[in-house]
Design a binder for this molecule. Sequence first.
Ligand SMILES: [Zn+2]
Length: 435
Amino acid sequence: MKYRYSAWIVALLLSVSGCNSDSKTVIELPVEGGQGDNTSTDNNGTNTDNSSDTDNSDKDNSNTDDSDSDNANSNNHVKETKEEVIKRILSAQGADSTTSLALKDFEIAEFGCVTAANLSVIQGYFNTTQDELQLAALKHRLCKVVELFELDSKSLLTPNRLKEVGLRGLFFEDGKLDQWAYDELILAIPESHFEYAALQGAVEDFHHNQSSVWPKQINISFDDGGALNSIHDHLDLFDKYNATFTYYVSHYSTIDHSKVADIENRGHEIGHHGVIHRHAKIYSEENGVQKWIADDITPQLDAMRRDGLTVTSYAYPFGAYTKETDREIKKYFTHVRKFASWSSVIYRGERSDRPITTGLSMDSHRFDLDKIQNAIDTLKGGETLYLATHVIGKTGNEWYITPENLEKVLAYASAKGLKFCHTSECMNFKGNTTN
Ligand SMILES: [Zn+2]
């Protein structure tokens, strides 16, 4: 009380001496914490003059630069009624960073959740939010912001809690969670003490990365040992568009190893597609997962690596798998590709950070250039369009793509600036960026 009184005297002297000619400065009288009516403070009647002085400075000035230092020292406070303080708090929502609300303000306005320990978080909220809530809703919101700050583990940071504090950019317009935004947020933030402004910043970083930093990618893959010659014959076509692909090899022991090596040496990726193209689901259910690995994975993987091939990627024959094969196969490869070839297959990109992806069939009976082009056009940064087929050139069945159609895809993707990626590159898309 003694200090506050002397602070007021200094303020009065400044005012009288004309040092207060800067109209931005607000002189405020001391007030008891939580009391709404400032005129009831014990200023021994000397506040009469001062009150007329401060009337001039008024509320218009209360949010100016100079008032920051005054507000920061909450003892300087007041002359505002409780209603005026509340009005100032409400109007501080979404104001720029020059706005600073003092602990005293929240005490006067009876915001029970705001304390000295979380004041900076609350100030960060005011400077960051774009919501303009009414009093009751704002009080509730700030309590939720404080709750968030007091959490001590990321595992407690549920989407619902983030919804309660009104984080922008985390939910789609239909109210559904943007899972990727959420995942990136969790990656970016510290393990505990979640500050609203930092969370909002992390979500905004994600959207910035997605819209203008992360590359849009395409991975084209060909499957089966039987496709080898047709692929080898068309390497120049890929060079023409500076394009790369992944070739998933089966029956390695029966095909020309030098051609496989050629393909890798020309800048493409060699993957694994089974020793004899076994059906992983049927074979593992009948013989056990370990037997499937021993019979259809390791012998060929060892042989390919002995020959100096870099093999980090696997594609399921027939696109067939089980949860158990998924779990086991990840011990041998960093990337696993499934396969979608149903008649209604929808071409679209998927998150590039996923170790298990789905190649969308562009075999002859599924090929639809318009839809592929649309998928390319709507790709977002950080997404990869995985297109899969088999032989290049007409065969006796439908599992091929004509060179003409393949070139149309390559040309379009190239013209649209997509990055052709090996699976390891697709996944490491964040490292691919220069920012
Ligand atoms: Zn196959």
